[in-house]
Design a protein around this ligand. Structure first.
Ligand SMILES: Nc1ncnc2c1ncn2[C@@H]1O[C@H](COP(=O)(O)OP(=O)(O)O)[C@@H](O)[C@H]1O
Ligand SMILES: [Mg+2]
Length: 219
């Protein structure tokens, strides 16, 4: 899968209050990509990631998914692309606190009626090193383990592209390192394209491509 941003801009608000969070961004990500997006707080990194992941709509410019304009796809088609081809990891883990690790990873697979979903969910948890925590609740796990659970959920369906927004932002340096190892392996071993927003120099150092964002512009 390939996502292209063609001169994409994003504004929030209207009239006098209108604010351009991203201006004239042109960028391609695909399977094989290992891109780190860096820049000061408020520079537009999350906005850029959301546009790449089709979680948000551009104000101007065009987004192409495998050459097809995003604007020509229905919400249903877009959510199908996200659910089958993309995975998302955020600074907050967005786990269901009343569900076990296995249930959390299983949930999106159930919504997508993915075949062999129990095996896929268990395999994903095993792959992130949580095979002994399948029946644990998020509240019984450390921050690093919860983030690995979120990564298992993002990878269980075999996405071509994984987007992560400050995935180590809430973690101490040691558990942050483990999470980074897992994300790196997602690219190296499972062949997923990886797009990481980060403040963390260690993350940028591992990426094959580093993109700086400043005041809504790509440098
Ligand atoms: N939903 C929104 N409504 C209004 N302004 C927003 C919204 N989301 C982000 N912004 C503004 O857009 C700018 C870029 O935000 P963001 O992409 O989240 O930056 P970063 O991730 O680099 O910290 C910031 O000034 C932020 O306040
Ligand atoms: Mg952000």
């Amino acid at each position: 899968m390939r996502i292209e941003l063609c001169s994409v801009s994003k504004a929030y608000g209207r009239g006098q209050g209108r604010f351009w969070a991203l201006r004239d961004a042109t960028l391609t990500v695909e399977k094989g990509t290992h891109l780190a997006i860096v820049g000061p707080s408020g520079s537009g990194k999350s906005t850029l990631l959301h546009l790449l992941g089709c979680l948000d709509v551009p104000t101007a410019g065009e987004v192409l998914l495998d050459g097809v304009s995003r604007a020509s796809l229905s919400d249903r088609q877009l959510s199908l692309v996200r659910r089958t081809q993309m995975g998302f990891v955020f600074q907050q883990y967005y786990l269901n606190e009343s569900m076990t690790a296995l249930q959390n990873v299983l949930l999106p697979l159930e919504l997508g009626r993915v075949a062999d979903r129990r095996a896929k969910a268990a395999e994903a948890l095993r792959w992130v090193g949580l095979e002994h925590k399948l029946s644990s609740l998020p509240g019984e796990m450390s921050g690093g383990e919860q983030q690995r659970m979120a990564i298992a959920r993002a990878l269980a369906h075999g996405p071509a592209l994984v987007f992560a927004d400050e995935p180590t932002g809430n973690l101490d340096s040691e558990s942050g390192n483990v999470v980074l190892e897992v994300l790196q392996a997602l690219h190296d071993e499972r062949g997923a394209g990886l797009v990481l927003v980060t403040h963390d120099d260690r993350v940028a150092a591992r990426a094959t491509q580093v993109l700086r964002v400043r005041d809504g512009r790509l440098e």
